[in-house]
Design a protein around this ligand. Structure first.
Ligand code: TEU
Ligand code: CA
Length: 555
């Protein structure tokens, strides 16, 4: 067991646009965050991961960066950012910045140069290709955000690659000059005192040479040709040698499509690449084979199967990141809990899972309040480019039933996570004095931070307790994970063991009481409850109540 700060830490993700508006323009900003630092400190989190705050035309809310060295106008100035960093450091917290270097904005100076002529010195900062003989796109890859991943550019008559929107051209990592530019930029921020990076879709940066496709007619998934591509480990090791190893930093790479075997290559002790990756397998348990919009019921067996595989897969080498939602996912309590009859219980149960699996927990803003999915009644109320592109493709061009598609958006759309943080029962949930850039979830009158902080039984206080427990109990961080009752259809149960200390975690994933029968050799007799989401008084050791969660320290 090698101890490390980043294993013991709890991370809190801020999506700045939706966190807190300080000047009434309806958009969250850096001064807004500065005004909430004591709230974060009270919660007890150690690290803030800040979604992008760099200059951006906001085609994808900051994930399209037009200047990596400057701050987005709507969010404030470099001075505001420095104040934020100093405020965090003064409170003993750290700051992880989002590093978005698979692509930039098409408004970045590099791209403006690159597209201007074929012999421009920045031409090879991006991925250009002539069309096929008939003038069609170079290959059949789809963009993550609908349609082809290629866009024809009139200036030079060639196509450029964009795995995300047209306004997010992919950077060419084959070009050593581009790599050097990225490393210089990372050093700039690290020299300013940044404590780490969350790296956006970092496992997509290496594309198979020649950019082949699967030969099928029509658009097709190109991910086999760019996910965990041929030079990915070389690039990350180079980045590590040239930048990361010179600083004491925390790193997590977002890695859609990553397998356990690959994750060990990214995060293994002797690999000198990253500390953690965000894997996506547990986010796929309620999707059909083709798309996240193809709604499928999830089962506990499926969810547990994935989590268990990752727990055991990274037990010896590598390290897990743990998350149940973020700015791209629906709210966890609406997805895996019950946001109606058992919102409180199920949010706490899921929080227990998040904090007692082995790995580093990542909390997404509002999760600690049990914020829920929103149900906007019409497509016009949604803001996300992914949602609008998909709607256009499916409904406007494809003739799909608008009601069915709207339901998929209400269930899976990214805007579920992006409604303003609910601070109080005041107008606009206390997020802004102006008109919020996206609608506030109408349930803010009941679900908000002011209420939660005042109520000792709230989800917020349960998170505080879990975070505090982590600081006092190394078993929560370093204890070995072992699954028990592996086929149970309602209960997820496991133990964590470190030397003499053995914890038992039992989680009822249903809205019904369920009998609790521990396997032979395990007994809660004489054990203590470490934390639970129902009062300890009246606890029946033979039964779990709806969404009940208990953590025992066994004797
Ligand atoms: O997301 C990349 C990604 O693969 C997904 O999470 C994606 O947003 C989701 O599957 C869509 O269904 C990252 C960022 O987290 C996301 O916000 C950006 O839009 C995207 O990269 C492009 O930068
Ligand atoms: Ca603002």
């Amino acid at each position: 067991m090698e101890r490390a700060f980043w294993k013991e830490a709890v991370v809190y993700q801020i999506y700045p646009r939706s966190f807190k508006d300080s000047n009434g323009d309806g958009i969250g900003d850096l001064q807004g965050i500065c005004s909430k630092l004591d709230y974060l400190k009270e919660l007890g989190v150690d690290v803030i991961w800040l979604s992008p705050v760099y200059k951006s035309p906001n085609d994808d809310n900051g994930y399209d960066i037009s200047d990596y060295y400057d701050i987005m106008d709507e969010f404030g100035t470099m001075e505001d950012w420095e104040e934020l960093l100093a405020g965090l450091h003064a409170r003993g917290m750290k700051l992880m910045m989002d590093l978005v270097v698979n692509h930039s904005s098409d408004e970045h100076a590099w791209f403006v140069e690159s597209r201007s002529s074929k012999d421009n010195p920045y031409r090879d900062y991006y991925i250009w290709h002539p069309g096929k003989e008939d003038g069609s796109a170079p290959n059949n890859w789809t963009s993550f955000f609908s349609g082809s991943a290629w866009q024809m550019d009139e200036a030079t008559g060639e196509y450029y690659l964009h795995l995300f929107t047209k306004k997010q051209p992919d950077l060419n990592w084959e070009n050593p000059k581009l790599r050097k530019s990225v490393y210089d930029m990372m050093s700039f921020w690290l020299d300013k005192g940044v404590d780490g990076f969350r790296m956006d879709v970092i496992n997509l940066i290496s594309k198979v040479p020649g950019l082949p496709d699967d030969g099928k007619e029509g658009l097709s998934d190109g991910s086999p040709y760019y996910m965990n591509g041929p030079r990915i480990h070389e690039f990350l090791q180079e980045m590590n040698a040239q930048v990361l190893s010179r600083y004491d930093v925390m790193t997590v790479g977002e890695a859609p499509g990553v397998t356990v075997e690959e994750a060990i290559h990214y995060t293994g002790k002797d690999r000198h690449e990253l500390q953690m990756v965000f894997q996506f397998e547990h986010m796929d348990v309620d999707s059909g084979a083709n798309s996240k919009w193809d709604l499928q019921p999830w089962t506990l067996s499926k969810l547990r199967g994935v989590l268990h595989k990752w727990q055991t897969g990274l037990a010896e080498d590598g390290w897990n990141s743990l998350y149940l939602n973020n700015h791209d996912q629906p709210r966890m309590v609406s997805r895996f809990g019950n946001d109606k009859e058992y919102r409180l219980e199920s949010a706490k149960m899921l929080a227990t899972l998040l904090h007692t699996l082995k790995g580093t927990p990542y909390i997404y803003q509002g999760e600690e309040l049990g914020m829920t999915n929103v149900k906007f009644a019409s497509i016009e109320e949604y803001r996300d480019v992914e949602i609008h592109n998909m709607y256009r493709e499916q409904v406007v061009e494809g003739g799909a039933d608008p009601g069915t598609i709207l339901q998929a958006i209400q269930t899976k759309g990214r805007d579920n996570a992006r409604t303003p943080m609910q601070w109080s029962a005041e107008a606009n949930a206390g997020f802004t004095t102006g008109t919020p850039w996206i609608g506030v979830n109408p349930n803010y009158t009941e679900i908000n931070a002011e209420e939660a902080v005042a109520d000792p039984g709230s989800i917020y206080h349960y998170y505080r307790q879990l975070i505090a427990l982590r600081k006092q109990n190394p078993v929560m961080v370093y204890g070995d994970y072992e699954l028990i009752m592996q086929d149970h259809e309602q209960i997820y149960a496991y133990t964590r063991t470190l030397a003499e200390e053995k914890w038992l975690i039992v989680l009822n994933f249903t809205g019904h009481p369920v009998a609790l029968e521990l396997p032979e050799g395990l007994s809660t007799e004489g054990g203590d409850i470490v934390i639970a989401n129902y009062p300890v008084e009246g606890m029946d050791s033979s039964q779990l109540r709806p969404f009940e969660a208990r953590v025992y320290s066994l004797k």
